[in-house]
Design a protein around this ligand. Structure first.
Ligand SMILES: [Zn+2]
Ligand SMILES: [Zn+2]
Length: 357
């Protein structure tokens, strides 16, 4: 039971998956007449957030679109066999801000406004004494390194920090990773604990869950493919992919320093009833596999803790995620069905709307 929350959190991140608004690029079909073009572009605009930042991912690759001010709030429901239990809330949000730095992108002209965009997943919950607040935040910056800065922070009963940076250095695309762990020993007085026994001595704490006893470990580094995304970026890109109507797409994604291939495949359609209303949705199946050449001895723990296929029900016009379903393993023996369901939204594209029965 204690494990439910970390899993649901993951599911939360997951939720983030369909977050990206459609891109304006691509889609060079037959050219309709002028009225048709105007109509089509108005329809297109309604599919997009009012304000958004387009992140170029290289030639021939779908750009990532970051909605300027969108917030989606979800309930996290776990099927415990006695009905669905609400174990927490996941909020997915995004934004754009001016980028202040003395390092402009090569080729940028003076006066070009530099902007960065961010994506955030925040999961909060509590169950049977276990409290959790888990934030994933990715910032996309107009500099070669780090082009993507992904932070993973968990607070509550357990505390943990991770930082992943992806970008170009010395002509190569690399990633660096750093996390924290319990201090192994030092002279800081705040790491010293008093013995509870009268004859015991004060000593450096060996292990605990206190955030103030954790220190950063050494930075690790590896080479990655040029179009590698972090987890939140992958999720948002899946939203773009859906809106572009692509049949199936794969791209590399990093979880810590582990490289995975994410494959997105559209499935069936159906109306989904949520607390935020009823939406016409397309199912997106998200699968994660080991890329060729990667060490094959590690277990795939699933994006956001969900093992196997992740089912994302995305609103058909805009790709905004409405429901995410998957199985979360509990120990080695069984798994739980988790459902992340839309509760409230703001800043969503105009074409994101409810349908009647
Ligand atoms: Zn210490
Ligand atoms: Zn300690």
């Amino acid at each position: 039971m204690m494990r439910l929350l970390p899993f649901s959190t993951s599911a939360a991140a997951l939720v983030a998956a369909l977050f990206v608004a459609p891109s304006q690029e691509g889609g060079e079909g037959a050219k309709p007449d002028e009225a048709g073009v105007a109509e089509a572009s108005a329809a297109r605009a309604a599919q997009l957030p009012e304000d958004s930042l387009l992140i170029d991912r290289g030639e021939g690759r779908l750009p990532l679109r970051i909605p300027g001010a969108e917030e989606l709030e979800f309930r996290v429901l776990v099927d415990l066999g006695i009905g669905d239990v609400n174990v927490g809330t996941v909020t997915l949000s995004s934004g754009i801000e001016p980028y202040r730095s003395g390092l402009p992108m090569p080729g940028a002209k003076a006066g070009d406004e530099q902007k960065s965009g961010w994506l955030r997943s925040n999961a909060r919950g509590g169950h049977l004494g276990y409290e959790l607040d888990h934030e994933l935040k990715s910032t996309f910056q107009p500099v070669p390194f780090p082009r993507i800065f992904h932070r993973d922070t968990q607070t509550g009963t357990e505390n943990r920090r991770r930082e992943l940076k992806i970008g170009e250095r010395d002509g190569k695309t690399i990633a660096t990773f750093q996390d924290d762990g319990h201090c192994q020993g030092c002279d800081r007085p705040e790491h010293v604990v008093s013995s509870s026994l009268p004859w015991g001595k004060d000593h450096h704490c060996k292990k605990c869950k206190r955030a103030e006893h954790r220190v950063w470990t050494e930075i690790e580094q590896r080479d990655v493919p040029a179009d590698t995304l972090d987890m939140l970026g992958a999720i948002y890109l899946s939203r773009s992919l859906l809106v572009e109507g692509l049949e199936e797409t794969s791209f590399p994604m990093l979880d810590k320093l582990e490289l995975w291939t994410v494959t997105l495949r559209p499935g069936g359609t159906k109306a989904i009833e949520t607390k935020a209303g009823r939406f016409e949705c397309i199912e997106m199946l998200l699968e994660t596999t080991l890329p060729e050449g990667e060490p094959g001895d590690r277990d795939f723990s699933g994006i956001f803790g969900i093992r196997g296929e992740i089912h994302i029900w995305a609103e058909a016009n805009t790709g905004v995620p409405v429901r995410i379903e998957g199985e979360v393993p509990v120990g080695d023996l069984f798994s739980l069905d988790v459902m992340v369901d839309l509760k409230r939204h703001e800043g969503t594209p105009q074409a994101f709307r409810t349908v009647s029965r």
